[in-house]
Ligand binder design. Sequence first.
Ligand code: ZN
Length: 292
Amino acid sequence: MRDFSADHRWLSINTATVRRSQGQDLPLPRILDLCAARGIGAVSPWRDQVQAAGLQATARQLRELGLSLSGYCRGGMFPAADAAGLQAAHEDNLRALEEAVTLGAPCLVLVVGGLPGALAGRAAHKDIAGARAQVHEGIARLLEPARAAGMPLAIEPLHPMYAADRACINTLAQALDVCDALDPARSGALGVAVDVYHVWWDPQLQAQIARAGRERLLAFHVCDWLTPTRDLLNDRGMMGDGVIDIPRIRGWVEAQGYAGYSEVEIFSTQDWWLRDAAEVLDTCIARHRSAV
Ligand code: ZN
């Protein structure tokens, strides 16, 4: 297992972690500057932030600062209530693929979606098995364009508390079932993003990470699970402040040969987004060395 205690060369910052600073929106160009100034080597930006800053301008700034990507957030949201909705989701995912290529991302992260309409507060139906079937079909359809673009797809299982509105793939086993069905040759075109926040509780976690193997482990996301958790979406903790044994999970991932970035992804309306982004980034660096 790699020693992270001496430097932060394998630290990546998911830009949502500092999308707000002292309660104010922080534009992506400023985030990239703050990361580069600290010797942080990689980021994973969100589509809305890139859109606000401009795709080409972001690609140029990344090049100028020498910043790599650890992923691009995100594609997915496959299920829909009708054929037009499915088609719209597919076309949006094709655009996400193109953006990921332009930015030089190593993979496009997929948050697959749940019951159509649930995110807006009004689910169109209660058929979660049907939603999962649409996810399977949606990934199958996206896989060929992704292969053609040379952009791997990383399915991110989300904690079951998000099954209705964000992702009906909730365990690594489920995600790997899709990978095995659609890419049995383990070509590298389809894999998973392991986010400790979503999967730390899973009794099968170690076994499923071993099942994934090197070819399917495309991204590794870290933050911590706070007790109590005050908000289902936006109360993620800084590494070391919660109950997840992050080094143990990183050990399992690296035992399979994963040697990429450890990406910090924290959404925190009540704590970290209220602080100054510089302080948050400095804390990420310190905790990357001591608690990851
Ligand atoms: Zn994540």
